[in-house]
Write a protein that binds this ligand. Structure first.
Ligand SMILES: [Zn+2]
Ligand SMILES: [Zn+2]
Length: 157
């Protein structure tokens, strides 16, 4: 994400905090920057690594993740059943994920057709969709072709 986009995300976060009567702290700003300067899915533990040396407490990290989700700048993605994973919402089109069952490599695809399908199905049953979480578990190309995943190319969850 460009410096300008990060600045924009930061402004939105500041606005959100002010509306909620919460403090705009240097630590919250650092966390946002560390998240938005990377293009990857991440867990709270990853984020702890990103800010290692910045003197930010675990509690602040977890609270900020929650606030960033509420501000709709990031969202939780159901990539892993064992831990919560997050990604940028701001600056990204809606998309869904395909995850290799072995190497956990993640592939993103346009979620618009999935949204349409969900609307059709839910409307027919008298519901209004407000969100969805989809994870397609699959075998990656290397796993199919060679029987093993290409570990060098693993995009870690
Ligand atoms: Zn694989
Ligand atoms: Zn994603």
């Amino acid at each position: 994400m460009s410096v300008k986009d990060i600045q924009q995300a930061l402004n939105l976060f500041r606005g959100y905090l002010k509306r909620k009567d919460l403090k705009v702290t240097r630590q919250r700003e650092i966390l946002l920057r560390r998240i938005f300067e990377r293009e990857t899915h991440f867990s709270a533990e990853d984020l702890e690594d990103y800010v290692k040396g910045d003197g930010i407490s675990k509690a602040t990290i977890y609270r900020s993740l929650q606030l960033l989700c509420e501000a709709e700048l990031i969202s939780e993605v159901g990539l892993d059943d064992n831990r919560r994973m997050y990604e940028h919402t701001y600056g990204h089109d809606p998309h869904d994920h395909i995850v290799c069952v072995d190497c956990k490599k993640v592939f993103e695809f346009d979620g618009k057709s999935v949204v349409k399908l969900h609307e059709l199905v839910t409307k027919r049953l008298g519901f209004t969709p407000v969100g969805h979480r989809l994870r397609i578990e699959a075998t990656c190309e290397a796993l199919r072709a060679n029987g093993v995943c290409n570990r060098d190319e693993i995009k870690l969850l």
